[in-house]
Design a protein around this ligand. Structure first.
Ligand SMILES: CSCCC(=O)C(=O)COP(=O)(O)O
Ligand SMILES: [Mg+2]
Length: 261
């Protein structure tokens, strides 16, 4: 087991979810299939609700922005009433969601809808949020040492709170000082990390970001945030250059907090 000293000056640890706190397999083989299989039925059941209409509005806006992309699926406005018209629009939303998910897109529109859909899956006990076994004990130690701990995921804040609120370890939301999603900006843009630091009230170099994705690590580093890349079972492999460039950990227990930080 390796040891990675937390750099001096770090006051907050910012955690990615998929591939960092949580197995990619849980997201890809449980959470995402639930959306693919249930989106049509969900839209029919909730169509008249304000929240569902907001979600569809966001997806429609995103579809307009995506109109130049290969295979993009437009979402028409409902023109008039009648079952056939409703059917046409719902079909387009379903196809759009399936298209975005096939590309594993991280748009705020898709992520908002997913977060709302997972509510029922977690609340009924059909799904429990998976976290690697080292996650909870390590975060408890960091917090005891005075470290703040935040989540930054492409999954919506609501989806994050469901995952950790209904987790295999019970409700562990108390472990986090706050949550960020793509509303603060994409994880592959350095400006997002500057905004997070400003929101938390610290400098970017007071933050250590843990992620499985080198492009995200690169963006954070560009903003002068400390980073470590997390290697977990099922994560995408790293190139030799990435392996030698980044600090790597395979368990949160490998982070060592010198008393001077
Ligand atoms: C936390 S909700 C489920 C995960 C998800 O939808 C997702 O896109 C994960 O992205 P991450 O930024 O956590 O790798
Ligand atoms: Mg990730």
């Amino acid at each position: 087991m390796g040891v990675l000293p937390v750099p001096a000056g770090v006051r907050a640890i910012l955690l990615d979810v998929e591939g960092t706190t949580t197995p990619i397999a849980f997201v890809q083989e449980t959470l995402f299939p639930y959306i693919r299989d249930n989106v049509e039925q969900y839209l029919r059941a909730h169509w008249e609700e304000e929240e569902c209409q907001r979600d569809v509005g966001l997806l429609r806006q995103q579809a307009q922005e995506d109109s130049g992309l290969d295979g993009a699926v437009p979402i028409p406005l409902e023109s008039g009433s009648g079952d056939e018209e409703l059917e046409r629009v719902i079909r387009a939303v379903v196809d759009n969601v399936h298209w975005q998910m096939a590309l594993d897109r991280k748009t705020t529109a898709l992520k908002q809808l997913q977060g709302h859909m997972w509510r029922a899956a977690y609340a009924t006990g059909l799904v429990k949020g998976e976290v690697f076994e080292d996650v909870v004990p390590a975060i408890r130690k960091w917090r005891e040492a005075g470290m703040k701990v935040y989540i930054y995921s492409s999954g919506s804040v609501e989806a994050q709170k469901l995952l950790f609120g209904y987790s295999t370890e019970g409700d562990i939301l108390e472990l986090f000082d706050g949550h960020f999603d793509t509303k603060i900006g994409p994880k592959v843009e350095s400006e997002s990390y500057r905004r997070i630091a400003a929101t938390i009230g610290c400098a970017t170099n007071n933050i250590l970001f843990l992620t499985d994705v080198p492009r995200e690590a690169n963006a954070a580093e560009e903003a002068d945030t400390h980073v470590a890349v997390v290697i977990r079972p099922g994560n995408a492999g790293l190139t030799d250059d990435e392996k030698s460039y980044y600090s790597l950990i395979s368990s949160f227990t490998e982070l060592f907090l010198p008393s001077s930080t």
